[in-house]
Design a protein. Structure first.
Length: 92
């Protein structure tokens, strides 16, 4: 399992200090890229890249301005040209 931390800044939130729901997807994208970088790889090669073909999200509670989140990522299985991942975000 790989972990990635992100602090919530004003730019991530609405006027009430609550994180926009789409930003959680961006945090997961950063964590996926960091998995490649940590292994000395890039999430692309030439004109081929890592593409998300589907995702499922469940929101349990909102993050707020100043929170630190941890994205926990793990690869569930791989195939010749694809992989399936699970990512969970926790407030720490």
């Amino acid at each position: 399992m790989q972990t990635y931390q992100v602090r919530i800044y004003f730019e991530d939130t609405d006027c009430g200090g609550i994180v926009y729901h789409t930003n959680y997807i961006k945090y997961c994208e950063r964590a996926r890229s960091e998995m490649f970088f940590a292994r000395g790889n890039q999430p692309y090669a030439g004109n081929c890249g890592f593409v998300v073909s589907s995702l499922e999200a469940k929101f349990h509670a909102s993050a707020r301005l100043g929170d630190v989140l941890e994205v926990r990522s793990r690869i569930l299985h791989t195939r010749q040209s694809s992989l399936r991942m699970e990512q969970k975000i926790y407030r720490i």
